[in-house]
Design a protein around this ligand. Structure first.
Ligand code: BES
Ligand code: MN
Ligand code: ZN
Length: 489
């Protein structure tokens, strides 16, 4: 899809004009002007009650005039102006409604319905349209959805340097989200640790980022006994991917993003039940979000330094697999009794965090589909945010609100640390069912090397189950917004 800005008025022509409607029939200023110019055709069309007063409801008015063969009306519910999230919903609804339309180009005046209009609204609209048009059909040989006729999406807004930049940034973020989705949706037999490593290396070449991939031998030398214990049951070689984006002076400490890259989580010897186990191909969505964010940041050329680190392997049962009760030594020197081999995410992340600390980052953020308990706590709307750093917490919460890719601050008091006690090692890798997402975060907190740290548990937000099964691309939106905010200071 091509995106551009264009200032529309009632004298102009377009294959499809998109207008927002609040309540029963409150138009935006362009909508009112059009309605007036067409002698009240739109108000009349609404008087039949065909447009439900719900957020994201749509109604197509056809042949209102020669210049306007299609006018798509999109309901904003009761409110006239919408939060970032709700604004994204109406944009997506509009784009979906046009999926089967023959219109090749549209002019959208939805922007005026966004509470924070301007550049942010442009970005959200572009991302929402891209989202609605996303497909993952590379493994289908038939029943593919027909490609939409729509080629050109013009946003009713003044054309300026700022709006041009916003559109470019939105395209970069959309591409990052699409990459994260593609990687997440790819099956475990395709998206292996080596596949992720190759993807990172290719990205490094095309976007001029330094990319290193540590192999098992080097990791053994570094003492990553915890990560390698998870990998040892699989025939797939583990990889530690390290990407350096350098957009600012080398003196500026980087922001480090660390993504859990379990390309398939069977649970290992503590094997998972069969139902929905296929969804454990999504257990690398943290890694995918790091790759997607790195790509977006590099494409936007943000003036900031960012390191992306991805520990990646499979968690499999086999005669070489790690067993419940095994004790391993992490790179930090701390020993861990692996009481449950299904709590493997923290075991690969802890060594990745110790390794990342050697780059002396200003901030370390790990992103992981870490616990089913987080899904129970927060459901599928907010990612779990765990951090004791007030500034970092505020920045991430704000980035979530602004991008519509939200997170919720969870508690992480020291009292929860007690449940990680082990009779035989420095700690166990599980803390029981109660507060499971919190004790997992507590485990990771022991490997932060005193660096400002936040943990995002995306188990409930990284993908959708059921009929709409598929990766969401979250939290690329949140992370890119956070990094953009940092780099504009
Ligand atoms: N990848 C899973 C977490 C998960 C499960 C995410 C279901 C989304 C849906 C993780 O490795 C895991 O298995 N965690 C265990 C931890 C437990 C053994 C302490 C869990 O949540 O059950
Ligand atoms: Mn697991
Ligand atoms: Zn897992």
């Amino acid at each position: 899809m091509q995106f551009s800005t264009k200032t529309f008025d009632p004298s102009l022509k377009t294959a499809c004009l998109i207008l927002s409607v609040a309540g029963a029939k409150q138009f935006c200023s362009l909508g009112s002007a059009i309605d007036k110019a067409l002698g009240g055709v739109l108000s009349q069309a609404l008087s039949g009650g065909d447009l439900s007063p719900k957020l994201g409801a749509t109604w197509m008015v056809t042949n209102a005039s020669k210049n306007l063969p299609r006018i798509l009306l999109v309901g904003t519910g009761k409110e006239k102006t919408l939060s970032a999230q709700d604004f994204g919903v109406i944009c997506k609804a509009a784009a979906s409604a046009l999926q089967a339309s023959a219109a090749k180009e549209v002019v959208s005046a939805l922007g005026s319905a966004a509470r924070d209009s301007g550049a942010e609204a442009l970005r959200i609209e572009v991302q929402a349209v891209n989202e609605a048009h996303y497909r993952f059909e590379q493994f289908k040989t038939k029943d593919k959805r027909p490609a939409a006729a729509l080629q050109k999406w013009q946003l009713h807004a003044p054309t300026s340097a700022a709006s041009k930049l916003a559109l470019e940034q939105a395209s970069a973020i959309s591409a990052g989200i699409a990459l994260a989705k593609d990687l997440g949706n790819s099956p475990g037999n395709v998206c292996t640790p080596s596949f992720l490593a190759t993807t990172a290396q290719k990205m490094g070449k095309s976007l001029k980022m330094e990319v290193q991939v540590l192999e098992e031998k080097q990791m053994r030398k570094l003492g990553m006994g915890s990560f390698l214990a998870v990998a040892q049951g699989s025939a797939q070689a583990p990889k530690m991917i390290v990407m350096h984006y350098r957009g600012a002076s080398a003196k500026q400490a980087p922001i480090a993003l660390i993504g859990k890259g379990i390309t398939f989580d069977t649970g290992g010897i503590s094997i998972k039940p069969a139902p929905e186990m296929d969804e454990m191909k999504f257990d690398m969505c943290g890694a995918a979000s790091v790759l997607g964010t790195m790509q977006a940041v590099a494409q936007m050329r943000l003036p900031i330094n960012v390191i992306g680190v991805v520990p990646t392997c499979e968690n499999m049962p086999s005669s070489t697999a790690v067993k419940p009760g095994d004790i391993v030594t992490s790179m930090s020197g701390q020993t861990i009794e692996i009481l449950n081999t299904d709590a493997e995410g923290r075991l690969i992340l802890c060594d990745a965090m110790t390794y990342t600390a050697t780059f002396k980052p200003a901030v370390m953020i790990d992103i992981a589909t870490l616990t089913g308990a987080c899904v129970i706590a927060l459901g599928h709307h907010h990612s779990g945010l765990f951090s004791k750093q007030e500034t970092l917490t505020e920045q991430l919460l704000a980035a979530g609100r602004a991008s519509g890719d939200t997170c919720w601050h969870m508690p992480m008091d020291d009292a929860y640390q007690e449940s990680l006690k082990s009779n035989f090692a420095d700690m166990g890798n599980v803390g029981g069912r109660a507060g499971g997402s919190i004790t997992a975060a507590c485990f990771l907190s022991r490997f932060t090397s005193n660096i400002a740290w936040a943990h995002l548990d995306i188990a409930g937000t990284a993908w959708k189950s059921g009929a709409a099964k598929g990766a969401s691309g979250r939290p690329v939106g949140l992370l890119t917004r956070y990094l953009m905010n940092l780099s504009s200071k």
